[in-house]
Design a protein. Structure first.
Length: 79
């Protein structure tokens, strides 16, 4: 685990059982989702935002996470 993540708390125990239900709902709603052990959501968000911007798509990341500020560009914004 990278050093900067060492102090992060574990996922709450009551959240983990909900993940399968959430994934099932997203699939039923035909909404893409990505989940892989060891890959954090912010990594997926950054990758998808960059790919969309490269294809001249406008992107708005809905998050209060200031780490996403490094992605801001003429095509990528934070909302």
């Amino acid at each position: 685990m990278p050093e900067y993540k060492a102090q992060r708390p574990e996922m709450p125990a009551d959240l983990r059982p909900q993940l399968d239900g959430i994934a099932g709902w997203l699939q039923a709603a035909n909404i893409a989702s990505f989940c892989r052990e060891g890959v954090e959501a912010d990594d997926y968000i950054a990758c998808l935002a960059r790919r969309a911007a490269e294809r001249n798509m406008a992107v708005v990341i809905a998050s209060a996470d200031k780490d996403f500020m490094q992605l801001v560009s003429p095509r990528v914004g934070i909302g």
